[in-house]
Design a binder for this molecule. Sequence first.
Ligand code: HSE
Length: 310
Amino acid sequence: MSNEWIKVAAPATTSNIGPGFDTFGLALKEPFDIVEGRRIDSGLMISEITGPGSDIIPTDPEKNSVCIAAGEVLRKSGEDFGIEFRIKKGIRPGSGLGSSGASASGGAYLAHLMCGEKLSDNDLVLCAAKAEGVTSGGLHADNVAPSLLGGFTVIRSYDPFDVISINPPENLGVVVTLPEIYIETKEARKVIPAEVPLNHLVFHVGNASCLTYGMATGDLDLIRRSIQDLVSEPNRKNLVPNLKEAEEAALSEGALASFLGGSGPCIMSFYDKTSGNGNNIAESVKSVFAHADIKCETWVTVCGKGCRRI
Ligand code: HSE
């Protein structure tokens, strides 16, 4: 294989989505990271990282998501060449938008292309999830699965690993509001209890099942009713000031549902693109944070495809 540069885009994702802690994920059209790589004789190295938050991302290949995931793919594909990387972050770390997951997915996908695409979807996602295990304080695949496969993804099982992806409804609009607050996933995972009561399990199984059905059949009202969470958000709500007010502001502008994205601080709002106005939702959430002197970045976007070569 030649040593020409190959470039891939790896999208941001939202995870948990109410009842699906560590299970559900959704690829977004934007923002995304760009990962470039070229074959070298041996070893993994990063020659450049740019973009938001790049100053705090480790370049040590043993600690960097791109390199860890790519190394897993090379190993599993039975290849021993090396890769030099250039990374352009589009998703800042500590956002709840799957920043480390996008990098891991970009690294895994690039290495997968370079190795001649020998791995199954399950194996590829698992390689990227291993990087999450190293960098985020626990192996979870709910960001890397949608970033690699696109659409709405469900991790059926971690051991043995099994993931599916389904196409979300076309009229599902997504508003991302990212306040200027930094939350490390590793820290946010420490506030989640190791065990949940049986009645919470019952509540989550019901809502998770119906959310998946709503995604598969395009039933936006069922999606709205099923975004319920007794595990992640109630335990993390104090990490994001004004979270409830922000969600209420989105709902008052016609959002179907508004919830904490992944481990936060981003606030995700779903709306019906055929009748709702994503810009109004974004502005109303932003104004809640503006009153608290917290700046926000927003994206009015849609569900996206997974990693792609550009
Ligand atoms: N499911 C993970 C969590 C996602 O909530 O900790 C982290 O972005």
